[in-house]
Design a protein around this ligand. Structure first.
Ligand SMILES: C[S@@+](CC[C@H](N)C(=O)[O-])C[C@H]1O[C@@H](n2cnc3c(N)ncnc32)[C@H](O)[C@@H]1O
Length: 704
């Protein structure tokens, strides 16, 4: 049985035709795609890239266009015909009226908002960097994200230069689609939905209609995805996707119609290609198109004697080469989706996500902040109805990370996806809360604000260096209920426990934030994922044990990552459910998001794992993210047994041989070394090493 036989896939669609108005290609390309910049005209005009602003609007509109028979798969070079927002009336003072949300942020042509988008790196997320973070010789064992945008020296990354393109025509009409308009948007925005049916587009209704389209396309995208997943899970052979992956992968083609001149390369030809420095980018694009077409209807289009797995392998190899991933990660991510959707995911990773800020309600109100920033020439709008503190920044004539409002702590530069775990956790005033892996503090400060500076938030991070930026943010934002500490999360609840709520925003691979950190494409190996999953499993048990089931107001844990892999998400959650019978998954309370997998490539998880939520760049126009919410109840066993259990976390994880073939002996030196570092950091003298630490060879076998 071939690799993808278990996952049925949606109908791959033909790639789009050449678009007449393809924009001039950007010079900033990855790997093979660089070649596109030099390519001009003809039928390969598809290889040109649209401008960045235009590309920002791609995912949703693509998704929309992708529905039904006319569905297309757009590659990076395709023209972006995303949802477009147009300017509103001119010549008025910009006014923000929070009551009505969006409509009241008037777009001013003369607000100097013509700059191209200035923000490429706006996230605070991710354990980005390789698993050398677990390398004891590297003094940064528990390193977190590369991008720490909200603080101190990290702020350099967002000290963005003001626009130099003042006087140019406004790009307001090129605004990217709003971030995940939700059902509540749709229902509350009656103007938009009413006008969606008929009537001419006018200056007055354009904004509302555009928004309604956003709402619809985001909903469609989620529904598409659900539909595809359900079809795959149900083995619905009559469904739209029946002819994709439900056929035995090793089945041979019957000799369908290859597109003119196309044939899969033989093993020798591939070798030859490699010798010559890899395939030509245009050949790769063409081959990807063809493989997608064939995999969409294998019986009809496959060449005689060629198997499904040959096409799949070729496609994955071409994806890796085209988008610049290592083969392992390209395959791992490809496997998450039906074929056509996988391409959308990879495409979305080439496009920066919208820049968003979170109003610090300890210092200001969103409407006041919006007004202040608009007056400085920032072009912004509320993010959506699902958050009453988020603002999406489209353009700015000032560096958004250095405004007086920023320095005064009126806002945090924070990815929209980062709001989600905090919303799900819902910390209450007066509670005792733990943020187990908190630096640089985006979520800590959000929690402090929701708690109205009452109660206490223990903001912990194992990486002491990173707690500096955490502390700086806590101060800047005026959080008075935060205690910063630096323990390995696996030491909880021994160091302290009894929390009403715990957030474990776990160190992860960062596969959800590839658009911000392209290094993830190449620096993650199979072993890295095994190590991370292992660490996450250890941390989640300790996080659970830190929650007091006696809490009068809470008793909750939220587990989140900015990764989309199943090993780091559903597998960890499922593990926790198995190891801690006193916890149950509850609804996250989030209005959108795709349910977590309950079955994945032969693994079957607890059915309640469907209560977890996945967020994708190509569906929600936000970073890839995962959120699970647990309720912790009283244990049925004695306290002594419970303590024993906590101490045995490492052993328990190692027992999970069927999940992750992790060698506990191998792990010991790492833990020992971590302990030595912690002691050193505390000014204590660590005991001598018991044996030299070496990296053991990878022992992990493919999860599938
Ligand atoms: C995804 S980042 C956290 C981002 C943070 N929650 C925020 O919103 O700003 C993961 C963090 O986990 C920390 N970390 C890694 N291993 C840890 C461990 N064993 N215990 C506690 N923290 C750890 C990293 O230093 C990193 O700062």
């Amino acid at each position: 049985m071939g690799r993808r036989a278990k996952n049925k896939q949606g109908n791959p669609q033909p790639l789009p035709e050449t678009r007449e108005n393809a924009s001039k290609p950007s010079q900033k390309k990855l790997g093979k795609r660089k070649a596109d910049a030099d390519f001009d005209g003809g039928r390969d005009e598809i290889t040109k890239r649209p401008t960045k602003k235009a590309r920002e609007s791609l995912p949703k509109e693509d998704k929309k266009a992708g529905k039904g028979k006319g569905k297309k798969v757009a590659f990076a070079g395709d023209d972006a015909s995303g949802s477009v927002k147009s300017s509103k009336s001119k010549g008025k003072e910009p006014v923000v009226d929070e009551e009505d949300g969006w409509e009241d942020v008037e777009d001013e042509e003369d607000l100097k908002t013509h700059a191209k988008s200035l923000f490429h790196d706006s996230d605070d997320e991710g354990f980005v960097g390789d698993l050398d973070d677990l390398d004891i010789e590297d003094d940064d064992m528990l390193r977190g994200p590369v991008q720490e945008l909200e603080l101190g020296s990290d702020d350099e990354e967002i000290e963005l230069a003001p626009s130099r393109t003042k006087g140019k025509k406004s790009k307001q009409h090129e605004r990217p689609a709003k971030i995940i308009p939700t059902g509540s948007d749709a229902s509350s925005d009656s103007d938009a939905s009413d006008e969606d049916d008929d009537g001419p587009i006018t200056g007055a209704n354009m904004e509302a209609r555009s928004r309604a389209l956003d709402v619809k396309s985001a909903r469609d995208a989620e529904l598409d995805l659900l539909e595809m997943q359900n079809a795959a899970l149900a083995g619905d052979e009559d469904g739209d996707f029946a002819d994709a992956d439900d056929v035995d992968m090793d089945e041979e083609g019957e000799g369908g119609d290859d597109a003119e001149g196309f044939s899969l390369p033989t093993a020798e030809e591939r070798e030859e290609e490699k010798k010559n420095g890899g395939p030509d980018v245009h050949l790769v694009q063409r081959r990807m198109r063809e493989c997608i077409r064939v995999l969409g209807n294998f019986k009809k289009f496959a060449a005689k004697g060629r198997s499904r797995s040959e096409y799949t392998q070729q496609l994955i190899s071409d994806i890796a080469s085209y988008y610049g991933y290592n083969d392992f990660l390209a395959e791992k991510l490809f496997e998450l989706f039906p074929v056509a959707e996988a391409i959308e995911f990879f495409e979305a990773n080439e496009i920066p996500r919208p820049v968003t800020i979170r109003t610090n309600t300890l210092r200001t109100r969103r409407r006041d902040l919006a007004q202040a920033l608009i007056n400085r020439g920032v072009n912004l709008e509320p993010i959506g109805k699902w958050t009453n503190v988020g603002l999406q920044v489209f353009e700015s004539s000032v560096p958004i990370g250095a405004t007086p409002e920023y320095l005064a702590g009126h806002y945090m530069l924070q990815a929209a996806s980062s709001f989600l775990p905090v919303i799900a956790l819902g910390p209450q005033p007066g509670e005792r809360v733990l943020d187990m892996a908190s630096a640089p503090g985006g979520k800590t400060t959000h929690m402090a604000a929701l708690m109205e500076n009452t109660g206490v938030v223990f903001a912990n991070d194992a990486n002491k260096a990173r707690t500096k930026s955490l502390t700086a943010n806590v101060h800047r934002l005026g959080c008075k209920n935060v205690v910063v500490c630096s323990y390995d999360g696996r030491e909880f609840p021994k160091v302290m426990g009894g929390f009403d709520r715990v957030l474990l925003d776990a160190p992860c691979s960062g596969t959800g934030v590839i658009s911000k950190d392209a290094s993830v494409k190449t620096n993650k190996s199979e072993r890295d994922f095994a190590l991370l999953s292992h660490l996450q499993k250890q941390l989640i048990l300790c996080a659970i044990d830190s929650v007091t089931p006696d809490s009068k107001t809470g008793g909750y844990l939220v587990y989140s990552t900015c990764s989309v892999t199943v090993d780091e998400n559903e597998a960890v959650v499922d593990y926790a459910l198995r190891k801690r019978p006193n916890v149950k998954l509850v609804d996250t309370g989030l209005e959108f998001g795709v349910p977590g997998y309950t079955k994945y490539r032969g693994k079957v998880f607890n059915e309640k794992v469907s209560l977890t939520r996945r967020f994708y760049p190509h569906v929600h126009n936000m970073d890839g993210f995962f959120v699970a919410k647990f309720q912790v109840e009283k244990r049925q066993k004695t306290k002594a047994k419970a303590d024993e259990d906590t101490a045995a976390v490492q052993g328990e994880v190692a027992e999970e041989q069927e999940e992750v073939a992790f060698d506990s002996d191998e792990d010991k030196p790492y833990l020992e070394e971590a302990k030595r570092k912690r002691m050193k950091a505390k000014g204590l003298r660590p005991p001598p090493r018991s044996k030299p630490v070496e990296r053991a060879p990878a022992t992990v076998s493919a999860a599938a």
